[in-house]
Design a protein around this ligand. Structure first.
Ligand code: FES
Ligand SMILES: [Fe+2]
Length: 391
């Protein structure tokens, strides 16, 4: 049988969905099963990760021809790479021979070639197979017709995004109302440095939601972020697109003391506040006037993901001999806050396994969660035609 409420295959009931769809003042969280059910994760791969814009890297991470960043995006091995003419490509990182991944981590392709570590098949920076050793006895082996699949990408304010759906609406078009709030930071004129990396044993949405609100600050970040940026002053944006944001003004309304100087033309209002935003499904950024932090998610399964934190520093920073000391120093200011977040997320990861949880109510200070949950439902509650046909 296939009633409307079951046709999407998520197992969520009409009442559970209605509780999330209610206006914020009446709304509840998504049911806890969505943070642990492997079937939900399978559907997320199909309905979210295969169709929406996924962040891959910052353009400064692939600066020279042949430089690459490889990522594992919810099971899809991809690489972003800079071509001979400086063009950016996002391609499959899987060899067309026996399907091993071609490159690992970040780095530079030797001689502007991608050489498979398994049997030496060699590709150009455009993905074209150039050489395949010992294949001369394979009949009808059309080397010239073998190429790594290339995916649609878009560079948004210096961040490379990929979308596996050729028909998806452009990210910039979806983000148009957010433009004036992002453009002055000029992320595209900065350089990214990795600060911290850790693999955590809970669902990716738990991390995203934690970084989406200031509500937890007085209890979790009592002696860190809450000092100077009290959560009670947080202002939440009415977002019209796949994103959410809130602002934390400097306590006394003064210019924020930053690690590096802000761009000279930064508008005054931006100098007095921090902006925290997400681009769904999982780009996260915390941006003071001069030193933005962004977070990458390498999602492995429903119960595990890797979190990679980067900081953006002014252009040319990589040429400074002591830059890694600077990154370390900046990281040491942020580290206590991250550890505090990790500690509470660990608790949520345990709690959502309970059989006794109900859909908790939301505070007005959790508006981004309400926005995210509704965006998530918009994508997940599509009809499951395959399943209906079988029923
Ligand atoms: S798997 Fe790449 S050459 Fe064999
Ligand atoms: Fe936090």
């Amino acid at each position: 049988m296939s009633s409307v409420s079951q046709s999407h295959g998520t197992g969520l009931t009409a009442a559970q969905i209605a509780a999330v769809r209610a206006p914020l003042s009446r709304a509840s969280l998504l049911p806890a099963t969505v943070y642990s059910d492997p079937e939900i994760f399978r559907l997320e791969k199909e309905r979210i990760f295969a169709r929406t814009w996924l962040p891959v890297c910052h353009i400064s991470q692939i600066r020279e021809p042949g430089s690459f960043v490889s990522r594992q995006l919810a099971g899809e091995a991809i690489m972003a790479l800079r071509g001979r003419e400086g063009e950016i490509r996002v391609m499959s990182n899987v060899c067309r021979h026996r399907n091993t991944t071609l490159v690992d981590g970040e780095g530079q392709c030797k001689g502007n070639r991608i050489i498979c570590p398994y049997h030496g098949w060699t590709y150009g920076l455009d993905g074209q197979l150039l050489a395949a050793p010992f294949m001369d006895q394979a009949e009808d082996f059309a080397r010239r017709e073998i190429k790594l699949p290339e995916f649609r990408h878009e560079v948004w304010h210096g961040f490379v995004f990929v979308n596996f759906d050729a028909d998806a609406q452009s990210l910039a078009e979806q983000m148009v109302e957010f433009e004036p709030l992002v453009a002055p930071y000029r992320y595209e004129d900065m350089e990214a440095f990795e600060m911290r990396r850790s693999t955590v044993p809970w669902n990716w949405k738990i991390s995203l939601e934690n970084f989406s609100e200031a509500y937890h600050q007085p209890w979790v970040h009592t002696n860190t972020a809450e000092k100077g940026f009290p959560a009670a002053l947080a202002e939440y944006l009415d977002a019209n697109g796949p994103y959410s944001a809130f602002f934390l003004p400097e306590e006394k309304g003064e210019h924020i003391k930053t690690f590096t100087p802000p761009h000279a033309d930064m508008p005054d209002a931006f100098l007095r506040r921090v902006m925290v935003f997400n681009v769904y499904p999982y780009m996260h950024a915390l941006t003071d006037p001069a030193t933005p932090i962004f977070l990458d998610f390498n999602i492995k399964n429903e119960n595990e993901h890797e979190l990679v934190w980067h900081v953006l520093l002014p252009k040319g920073s990589s040429q400074k001999p002591d830059i890694l000391d600077d990154v370390k120093l900046f990281g040491s200011f942020i580290e206590p806050v991250l550890l505090e977040d990790i500690s509470v997320c660990t608790g949520v990861g345990r709690g959502v396994q309970s059989r006794f949880v109900t859909q908790g109510r939301l505070s007005h200070m959790e508006k981004p969660l309400h926005q995210f949950h509704n965006w998530w439902l918009d994508h997940m509650l599509v009809e499951n035609s395959e399943r209906i046909a079988a029923e």
